[in-house]
Design a protein around this ligand. Sequence first.
Ligand code: S3P
Length: 428
Amino acid sequence: MKFTRSNSLKGTITVPGDKSISHRSVMFGALAEGTTRVTNFLQGADCLSTISCFRQMGIRIENHPEEILIHGKGLHGLQTPSGPLDTGNSGTTTRLISGILAGQDFTSELNGDESIQSRPMKRIMEPLSLMGAQIESLRGNGCAPLRIRGSRLHGIHYTSNVASAQVKSCILLAGLYADDPVSVTEPYLSRNHSELMLRHFGASVTSTGTTAAILPEPRLCGQEIRVPGDISSAAYFIAAALMVPGSEILLKHVGINPTRDGILRVCRDMGADITLLKEDSGAGEPTADLLIRYSPLHGTTVGGALIPTLIDELPVAAALACFAKGTTVIKDAQELKVKESNRIDVMVQNLRAMGAQITATEDGMVIEGGHPLHGAVIDSRLDHRIAMTFAVTALAADGETRITGADCVRISYPGFYEDLNSLCRQPL
Ligand code: S3P
């Protein structure tokens, strides 16, 4: 797919539903008694993988254009799947479902695509094993395919060495089936959608600092969930508006949970003009309309506790830093190496191809901004966040950019190119 320089971006977009919250609505809805109704569900390939896994375990899920209905069967209502569960490209599906499967009275197998088969699963295998689960990496390399024999699980307190909501959520979900309370402490607070939503469904979950705890065997009840717009998807338009002079855009009903809003903090720190309108905290997940106006930016340092709050936005933040005056340092972000691709590697390779001054470090990147970019051939490595990052970067670069494997955006944002086009549509 080809992209060229754009004139200023103008207009209003409603980004699709949050991926993390959409996954959880299906999983928790399946384990609840009664029907869960979800609106603004993200119809991305990752969330569809979650739906198909639960269908394979006997949960009836109606996927209508306006709403999805999950007919939950309670904590102990899942059935033995007929074959291996296919988690596709989705780390969230793989890791969260593993926590649930560990507490069932059947054996199951999980597998996904090539990317999933190289992502680290020891981070969940270790705590689940400590709880008494029998979980095996079938190739013995700590990755999927996994075989999980459901077992009696015990309560633990686990100290994780990564700030990962997938690890934390996996342990909390296994905690639903344990014989004693389960708690997990992480080095920094990761996104807390599981804690908020499990509480909403009726579980007893507490959060103190970077520790989350859950009591076993709650009675979960079906709920109504309106999924907020995904700030990780909004980030591409925020960056585009800040890269292309004269832009002014409005993004409606975006989730601004403080465990997810790091991209707003970093952009503002770089000098971005971002206004929050219609702030609302209705269903426990705060939202706002975001008004973004083009602004000249300067470099910044991003690290520490901020990293988990924008982990998926770091690729687009690195691209944005190319347009900021001075140096930007991204550190403490070694987790980028184990995402859908090695995102440090792929960002450095592709931004350099466009003429950027960027260096990889052990735990991040250093970018010298202010050097004009030119078009190039970009290898997305089939990573949706890389494809979207370069689609917007190309709008502020000279010449033509070609992105290979560009349709991988279907993982998290099937209508991305149409929405981006609608903001660029003004004639020059
Ligand atoms: C997610 C957590 C993050 C994030 C991923 C979604 C979630 O992963 O990168 O896209 O829904 O819990 P980690 O928790 O592994 O950092």
